[in-house]
Ligand binder design. Structure first.
Ligand SMILES: O=c1[nH]c(NC[C@H](O)[C@H](O)[C@H](O)CO)c([N+](=O)[O-])c(=O)[nH]1
Length: 166
């Protein structure tokens, strides 16, 4: 068994009663789409109904914390509250420090968001030094050498929402 990656699922959680929000950035879209597909596929395997998965987008990863909070609030005010939200972004290091500043600030803001919205916020931010790293972690590389992290995020979303439902 690989050393890294999601540990053994401690049990098969039933996602059939969950409403899940996915909010994704639109930078590095090919990789984003693969991660979103992976999360949806895994959640479907765990019983989450397609009509209960709501997808929203924001321009880039920096917009994920604010966008996620407003997304959760909007769904609640419509009378269709979310049980969990999965922000997804792909940050790839460039030649400046932009990557570092966005990575750290967005990560901290997403962590703090959980207390504001009182539902699990799954950490779906890939922070990669190269495009190849990002492709491999979305299962997009030719060799399909790595695992699609979107699947882990989908599984974590179902577990956290079921185990710690409000
Ligand atoms: O999601 C990303 N946003 C990026 N920048 C945009 C940023 O998230 C904001 O959308 C933008 O700064 C406007 O607020 C990225 N880079 O700059 O490299 C990136 O790799 N990924």
């Amino acid at each position: 068994m690989a050393v890294k990656g999601l540990g053994q699922i401690d049990q098969q959680y039933d996602g059939s009663k969950l409403r899940v929000g996915i909010i994704h950035a639109r930078w590095n879209r090919v990789i984003i789409d693969a991660l979103v597909e992976g999360a949806i596929a895994r959640m479907s395997e765990l019983g989450v109904k397609e009509e209960n998965i709501v997808v929203e987008t924001v321009p880039g990863s920096f917009e994920l914390p604010f966008g996620s909070r407003k997304f959760v609030e909007q769904q609640a005010s419509k009378g269709t509250p979310l049980d969990v939200v999965i922000p997804i972004g792909v940050l790839i290091k460039g030649s400046t420090m932009h990557f570092e500043y966005i990575s750290e600030s967005t990560t901290n803001a997403l962590m703090a968001l959980q207390d504001k919205v009182n539902i699990p916020v799954i950490f779906g931010l890939l922070t990669c030094l190269t495009e190849e790293q990002a492709m491999a972690r979305a299962g997009v590389d030719e060799a399909k050498s790595m695992h699609n992290h979107g699947e882990d995020w989908g599984a974590a979303a179902v577990e956290m929402a079921v185990k710690f439902e409000n």
